[in-house]
Design a protein around this ligand. Structure first.
Ligand code: SF4
Ligand code: SF4
Ligand code: SF4
Length: 314
């Protein structure tokens, strides 16, 4: 069967069919059934007590991924002032795969900095929501995206519990999703740590096999109960993530979502689809609608032309 790409999807009228396929049968994805928390592949521990907000990780990511020049230079720390961003924390975008934000928890006499990027979930919602399988999870743990397969439906953006995938609207003719790829093509697949990890001067970031990184995180908490809250964020959240976090303050106070549950998003989506199917299928449905509208307009045009021809012949 001819492969389904963005152009075929829009032109060939398969949109409605794809929707029916999506709803009608279970998707052959890697996260079909939740088989418990995994420790597969590699992982990175982010120790929030060690991050000093130097933005070296942001700069290293920008270089490694050949991203555009930043709006604000990496040595300009006024970027942490939320007034610059309408009172909001910074988020990743098509040209920025990782950001560091500053928090001021009342129990600390100094600010706390938090690095943010794709968490490379063990059972990724972006992957399971994509009905053309544009996403894959490599054995090393990186969640990758294939623009050649993507049909631009943006289900992944809706599904990601961390709001990570960003659409590159600057490429209007062939927009693609952009996000952290854990430096897979240039580093991870050769066993090298991500560029951001290597650039961190305070060892706030630790790379290794996920199982070892998790053990290391728990050991650090055990040795310093006076510093850390007793929780490794990402050990179990949404079925586990490759990026793990330990913190000196309640995760809620520094923007972590504590209501995500311990099951992969697909498990909630399955029951959600049964009750409100249109919400997660809105884009395919819209594409199907646009296609039918275009056909109807073509049909009306044809009818009008034929009518005009008959009038001129009578
Ligand atoms: S954080 Fe979002 S984009 Fe990254 S792997 Fe998880 S679901 Fe996918
Ligand atoms: S892992 Fe690589 S792509 Fe992801 S934030 Fe770090 S440097 Fe950027
Ligand atoms: S390089 Fe390390 S210390 Fe600097 S902002 Fe990034 S995570 Fe924090």
């Amino acid at each position: 069967m001819k492969s389904l790409n963005r152009r075929n999807f829009l032109k060939s009228g398969l949109a409605g069919g794809a929707l029916a396929t999506f709803l009608g049968r279970e998707k052959p994805a890697q996260a079909r059934e939740f088989s418990g928390y995994t420790n597969k592949g590699t992982g990175v521990l982010v120790d929030l007590s060690r991050c000093v907000g130097c933005r070296s990780c942001e700069a290293a990511c920008n270089r490694e991924q050949n991203l555009p020049e930043p709006d604000v230079p990496f040595d300009d720390f006024s970027i942490f002032d939320t007034e610059r961003h309408g009172g909001l924390k910074r988020r990743t975008s098509e040209g920025v795969f990782t950001v560091v934000n500053r928090y001021n928890p009342e129990e600390l006499d100094h600010p706390l900095f938090r690095k943010f990027q794709c968490n490379h979930c063990e059972e990724p919602a972006c992957l399971t929501s994509c009905f053309v399988n544009a996403y894959t999870k490599t054995p090393e743990g990186a969640v990758m995206y294939n623009p050649k397969v993507c049909v631009g439906c943006r289900n992944c953006m809706i599904a990601c519990p961390f709001y990570v995938p960003a659409y590159s609207y600057s490429k209007p003719l062939n927009p693609i999703v952009e996000k952290c790829i854990m430096c897979y093509p240039t580093r991870l697949k050769f066993g090298k740590p991500p560029a951001c990890v290597e650039a961190c001067p305070t060892e706030a970031l630790t790379f290794g096999s996920r199982v070892n990184v998790l053990k290391f995180a728990k050991e650090r908490i055990r040795q310093h109960p006076e510093i850390f809250v007793d929780h490794v964020y990402g050990e179990k959240e949404v079925g586990g993530t490759a990026w793990l976090y330990i913190s000196p303050v309640d995760f809620k106070k520094i923007g972590f979502d504590m209501n995500l549950g311990h099951q992969p998003i697909i498990n909630y989506v399955k029951s959600f689809l049964a009750t409100v199917p249109m919400v997660l299928t809105i884009w395919p449905a819209l594409f199907a609608g646009f296609y039918r509208l275009a056909n109807r307009k073509d049909g009306l045009k044809k009818d009008n032309n034929e009518g005009a021809r008959e009038e001129s012949q009578s």
